[in-house]
Write a protein that binds this ligand. Structure first.
Ligand SMILES: C[S@@+](CC[C@H](N)C(=O)[O-])C[C@H]1O[C@@H](n2cnc3c(N)ncnc32)[C@H](O)[C@@H]1O
Length: 313
C-alpha cells in the first residue's frame, strides 16, 4: 500500500470542506487520460506551450544555456515529455544529463521509452518521487549549474501561499546562477479557460473521477463513482479555475485500508484541483524574498501562455 496516499486520503476526506490532492490523479489510467486531455482542442495550454517551444527554440535554448558552463537539467513533473522533447532536440546532448522527476513511475517508464526511441543520444536518468524528496536528495558539484524545467502550468496547481513556500524551498535547492523555466497559464476570459477543464469528450471528468476509482482499487474503498459529478469553475476576477467532485446524494463511503467511513451530504463537494492563472505581478509576489529573479518571458502568438525564465541571484 502507498502509505502517503492512504495518509493524505484520510486527512483530505476528514477535512471540512473535503479535498484530495491533484498529485494522486496520476496512476496508469490517469496518465493516459491526461495525455487525452492534452490532445483535446479545448485544452489550449499544451498547444500554446508547444508553440512557444517550437517557434522560439533557439532563443529559449540560448537563454537557458547562456553563462552556464556545465549543466544538469532537471524537470519537475515531466509527464509524457512531449514539449520537453521539442526543446531537447535543439540542445547539445553531450553537454548535460536530463533528469525527469515525477511521482508517477508509469509516466517515467513511458518517457524513458520515448526518449530512447526519439532521442537516443540524450543521457536520461529519471527520478521517481515527490519534487522535494527528489530535489533534496540531489547534490551537484559547485561547477555545475542546475537548470530546472517546471512546465505545463504545474505551479498553478498550488494556492499562492503554497506556491510561495514552494518557490522559496526550490530556490534553496539552487545555487547562484542556476536557472528555472516556468510554464504559466495567463489570466484570460472564462470562455477560453472553462472549456479546457470541461472538454466535450469527458476526459477531464473521467480524469477527476478516476481518483475515486483509484481509492477503491488501492485502498479498498467502495465509492459509487457514478454518484459523483465533476464540477469545474473559473473565477475571472481571481484567475483561479477549480474542480470538485460533487456527491449527487446523501451517502457513506467505506475505505477499508484506512478503516474509516466518510459521510457525504447531497451536493457536498470534494475539492480536487485548482489551476491558478498568472500574470507577472502575481508571479513577482510568489517569488518575493526567494532570491529568484525574472530574466526573460516568452509568449505564444495568442498570449494565452508564458514561459518565464528565472535565475537565482
Ligand atoms: C499536469 S501534468 C504536466 C506534465 C508535463 N509537465 C506537461 O507540461 O505536459 C503534471 C505531472 O506532474 C506530476 N506530479 C504532480 N504532482 C507531483 C509531485 N508533488 N511530485 C512529483 N510529481 C508530481 C504528475 O504525475 C504529472 O505527470
Amino acid at each position: 500500500m502507498n502509505e502517503e496516499f492512504a495518509r493524505e486520503v484520510k486527512e483530505g476526506l476528514s477535512a471540512k470542506p473535503k479535498y484530495l490532492s491533484s498529485k494522486w490523479f496520476y496512476d496508469e489510467i490517469g496518465d493516459q487520460l491526461f495525455v487525452n486531455i492534452m490532445n483535446m482542442p479545448e485544452y489550449y495550454l499544451t498547444d500554446a506551450e508547444f508553440e512557444i517551444f517550437s517557434e522560439q527554440t533557439t532563443e529559449i535554448v540560448r537563454a537557458l544555456t547562456e553563462d552556464v558552463s556545465k549543466m544538469a537539467l532537471y524537470e519537475l513533473g515531466a509527464g509524457d515529455g512531449t514539449k520537453t522533447i521539442e526543446l531537447l532536440k535543439s540542445m547539445n546532448s553531450n553537454e548535460f544529463v536530463y533528469h525527469p522527476i515525477d511521482i508517477s513511475q508509469n509516466a517515467l517508464d513511458n518517457l524513458k521509452v520515448r526518449l530512447h526511441n526519439e532521442l537516443p543520444e540524450i543521457e536520461a536518468k529519471p527520478l521517481q518521487g515527490e519534487y522535494f524528496q527528489v530535489l533534496d536528495s540531489l547534490s551537484v558539484d559547485n561547477a555545475t549549474n542546475k537548470v530546472i524545467l517546471f512546465l505545463g502550468s504545474n505551479l498553478g496547481n498550488m494556492y499562492d501561499d503554497v506556491a510561495k513556500e514552494f518557490m522559496g524551498q526550490l530556490a534553496q535547492s539552487m545555487q547562484s546562477g542556476d536557472k528555472l523555466l516556468l510554464g504559466l497559464d495567463k489570466i484570460k476570459s472564462v470562455d477560453v479557460v472553462l472549456p479546457a477543464y470541461n472538454d466535450k469528450q469527458g476526459y477531464t471528468r473521467d480524469f477527476n473521477l478516476n481518483l475515486l476509482s483509484r481509492i477503491n482499487k488501492e485502498l479498498d474503498g467502495d465509492f459509487d463513482v457514478a454518484s459523483f459529478q465533476h464540477v469545474p469553475k473559473y473565477d475571472e476576477e481571481s484567475g483561479i479555475a477549480s474542480s470538485a467532485l460533487v456527491s449527487s446524494k446523501k451517502q457513506k463511503v467505506n475505505i477499508g485500508k484506512i478503516s474509516k467511513t466518510f459521510h457525504f451530504e447531497e451536493g457536498e463537494p470534494i475539492h480536487t484541483e485548482i489551476s491558478r492563472k498568472y500574470d507577472l505581478q502575481i508571479l513577482d509576489k510568489v517569488i518575493e524574498g526567494s532570491g529568484l529573479r525574472i530574466i526573460r518571458e516568452f509568449n505564444d502568438s495568442r498570449k494565452y501562455f508564458m514561459n518565464v525564465l528565472l535565475i537565482k541571484s
